[in-house]
Design a protein around this ligand. Structure first.
Ligand code: SF4
Ligand code: SF4
Length: 358
């Protein structure tokens, strides 16, 4: 592993631009750290989070990765919120081709890397695979970052999904020393090794390895929320008639925010959009949410009429049935659904109550 200065990291971001990558990473927008097309890494931003609460803060230091997770996820680039799959014109079907270019994701955290791998299982494994997701996924170069701090809403340690990156990133950075940051750089893929060699950097010594590990350990120690996974699947299936579902339904607005900010939720719907000028009909796929009534529509009508059954569907799918389907939990502990729930519902608290007999 090598060590970079902040200037070398900034030069690496520029190199990705020069190498014709579409560079996607942290962008300060609407009072939050979001993900989008970026020219340079924002400096010195942090955040303050709690149930139903997010505030962007100025840290007063030189960190490039001093923030935790905001409302946007990498999912939007691999599985877009809205896309046209084909159109119909002159009685003929016209496929809409998906032609993704090279993309670099900068600043993917451990729980986000785990979430990308969850979606890889959903879309790429088994008999039916999602071709458009696959085409995009193959074009992505991932620069992951080990967390050096945690938000009050984080619980990645519950499933061993963080704060150290364990997934298949192209390279992993650790940011050390906020006032004058430097970076421990691990280039993993061949592409990463070639790109990193163009920037250079001194080999990291034992003391620097030790400092980087201490920064990640500190993030782990800051995590206070728990979601014990042992026996969770069975406990939730045994609690289908627990009175807590009524309690949470009395607070839940069925707004679907939790599903929109979740990096693993993958439900979608389709609609036809008619253009009377071009006389074309576009067949579109849109993100859906199990908190809408029509999400549960089958031939005879909707099943989940009430918020109680929608929340139960969401939580039991995410933390129990997901394991049966994909052999992995649907939650990587990012905490977004806690921060961005307008009424501050916290799934870790709900699970703790649901595990106990009424
Ligand atoms: S369920 Fe909540 S904490 Fe878990 S991955 Fe989704 S948004 Fe993150
Ligand atoms: S749990 Fe919160 S974010 Fe999710 S649907 Fe209910 S009110 Fe909205």
């Amino acid at each position: 592993m090598i060590q970079w200065t902040a200037e070398q990291l900034d030069a690496f971001v520029q190199l990705l631009h020069d190498e014709a990558y579409e560079v996607l990473g942290p962008v300060i927008r609407d009072g939050a750290v979001t993900y989008g097309a970026m020219q340079a890494l924002p400096v010195g931003y942090g955040d303050e989070q709690a149930a139903g609460h997010y505030r962007l803060t100025q840290r007063g230091d030189q960190t490039r990765f001093g923030y935790n997770l905001g409302p946007s996820t990498w999912k939007q680039f691999l599985f877009p919120p809205s896309e046209t799959l084909f159109s119909v014109r002159d009685d003929l079907i016209h496929p809409v081709e998906n032609q993704p270019g090279k993309r670099a994701f900068i600043g993917v955290r451990a729980c986000e890397m785990a979430a990308i791998e969850v979606q890889d299982r959903v879309f790429l494994q088994g008999e039916y695979t999602e071709r458009r997701y696959e085409q995009r996924r193959q074009q992505v170069f991932i620069v992951a970052v080990n967390c050096s701090q945690a938000a009050a809403t984080c619980f990645c340690t519950a499933n061993d999904d963080g704060p150290a990156v364990r997934g298949s990133a192209d390279m992993v950075l650790t940011e050390v020393n906020p006032q004058q940051p430097w970076y421990l750089v691990e280039a993993i893929s061949e592409t990463a090794k070639k790109l990193v060699a163009k920037i250079g950097g001194a080999p990291a010594n034992d003391e620097q390895h030790h400092q980087a590990q201490a920064a990640v350990n500190e993030a782990a120690e800051q995590i206070s929320r728990q979601l014990p996974r042992k026996g969770l699947r069975d406990a939730l299936f045994d609690a289908l008639e627990h009175p807590q579902w009524d309690d949470v339904a009395s607070r839940c607005l069925s707004c679907g925010n939790c599903t929109q900010v979740c990096p693993t939720c993958f439900c979608s719907t389709t609609q036809e959009q008619t253009d009377l000028v071009s006389m074309e009909v576009r067949h579109q796929r849109l993100w859906d949410s199990c908190f809408t009534e029509m999400h549960s529509y089958t031939t005879g009508g909707a099943i989940h009429h009430k918020t109680r059954s929608r929340y139960r569907q969401w939580l039991t799918h995410k933390l129990a049935a997901w394991e049966d389907q994909f052999d992995v939990s649907g939650c990587t502990g990012c905490g977004r659904c806690i921060s961005w729930c307008p009424v501050g519902i916290d799934l870790t608290e709900e699970v703790e109550i649901l595990r106990k007999s009424p």
